[in-house]
Design a binder for this molecule. Sequence first.
Ligand SMILES: [Zn+2]
Length: 216
Amino acid sequence: MARQRRTHDPGDRAGQANHLDGVIPMNQRLTFSLPSWMSPFEQSWRGGGEATRMAFVIQAARRNVHERTGGPFAAAVFESDSGALVSLGVNLVTSEQLSMLHAEMVAIAFAQRRLGRRDLGRSDCPRLEIVTSVEPCAMCFGAIPWSGLRRVVSGATDADARAIGFDEGPKPRDWTRPLAERGIEVRTEVMRADAKSVLEEYARTGGVIYSPCDRH
Ligand SMILES: [Zn+2]
């Protein structure tokens, strides 16, 4: 009988040699930082309805491009009824070298930390929505129901992101339907042209177009 290889055995030096031999020990905390321009930008929010919320998010995406602090994407969590801003996120994939840091993921994480709960859809709390400058990719599409958010508003489309070379990943073609089936309302193509122009500016000015790290 063949002896099973135990790659996680601390004594198995051969199992570690390929990757981690002699490299930095694992950190006990994972941190990432928002760009310094974001705090005053967030404080400039004065409230408003759907179009105003989207305009604010698109402006954040554009600022992220101008400041060279990440990809051309932004997202924010708002209280649906009052328009209060709960959190703002921008894409930090390239600046932090963390593939998970899409704008929606950053906005969701900060909303959960700020409110102190992972469930952003609790029925005894104000209804929350995410407004995102570009429709969610496969990862963010998956993260939305996990977060409990009740509503999604998106600007530019998957096709707009693909047009400049971004890969939005394997998500359903009719991605709004499975969300709707879970009771999550979705509005798409809100101020699409403005949101798309941020993508185009990013590509035109030499922004990094990163892809999933697959090897097919
Ligand atoms: Zn995403």
